[in-house]
Design a protein around this ligand. Sequence first.
Ligand SMILES: Nc1ncnc2c1ncn2[C@@H]1O[C@H](COP(=O)(O)OP(=O)(O)OP(=O)(O)O)[C@@H](O)[C@H]1O
Length: 289
Amino acid sequence: MINIRDLNFSYRRKQVFNKLNLSLEAGHIYGLLGGNGMGKSTLLRNIAGLLFPDSGSITVNGHTPGLRKPSFLRELFMIPEEFFIPNITIDQYVKSNAPFYPHFDAEQLKKYLRDFEIPLGNKLQDMSYGQRKKALISFGLACNTPLLLMDEPTNGLDIVSKSQFRKVMAGVADAGRCIVISTHQVKDLENLIDGIVVVEDGRILFHQTIESISGKLVFRISFDAADTEHAIYAEESFKGNALILANTFKEETAIDLELLYKAIIFKHTALAALFEPTHSPTLKTTDHV
Ligand SMILES: Nc1ncnc2c1ncn2[C@@H]1O[C@H](COP(=O)(O)OP(=O)(O)OP(=O)(O)O)[C@@H](O)[C@H]1O
């Protein structure tokens, strides 16, 4: 679906990507993680054709995003972190925007708006930021585009809305669809994504499926000193030490995304060793973990 090769991208004075490589496939929901300013939004905008590579290539389903051809644009919906919505009702918004998306489904939209408890009939600008965001997410999902890019979709959503978001998203996975969700709120992605991509210092630092992570790592809370000593990453908590260990005995434990993210950043070498090609047949390329 998405193929990025040797992407270099700079803003006027700031180089953001340095020979970044990444392949993402249809049928998956990816979590795109990375620290502040590491380039998550910039990567999504390059994929959407809103920014243009200095060099290297990006193809999405065979299209070059930067050309912004209608045949590409109708296959993509992007929910940006900051967005402008005109002062019209949802119905008016749908009338003017839905015709661009051949697989738009009005019934689905109604369902998502109901799930998110969005008041119908109100003008979009009379809604709160969270309500507008939920309306845009509902519309984006109902467009049924093969590629859906979401930049910090749960930012500004209250606790109930976040669980509504998880409930709605749990039902949208589809073999023909690739969804990329950039976020800092990793807890919001738990049990939702099946792939993790971490961008750091201009390249992809980590890219693995949840399945491969579960196969390689164990997540455990423990007071056992021997456990802690063998941990790849350990963090004290009042319940005991939160640990990530090598999955030597094929245990099945729930992935703690926040802990995993910290291990990727702070214990990258130790973690990388476990995912090396000799250990991991699922590794996608040789230039990242
Ligand atoms: N319009 C711009 N002009 C110049 N520099 C920019 C512009 N937008 C972003 N940058 C810089 O590019 C880098 C990547 O920014 P980007 O917004 O893509 O990061 P991010 O990972 O999405 O960050 P955050 O998590 O804080 O939202 C940052 O150093 C930022 O300062």
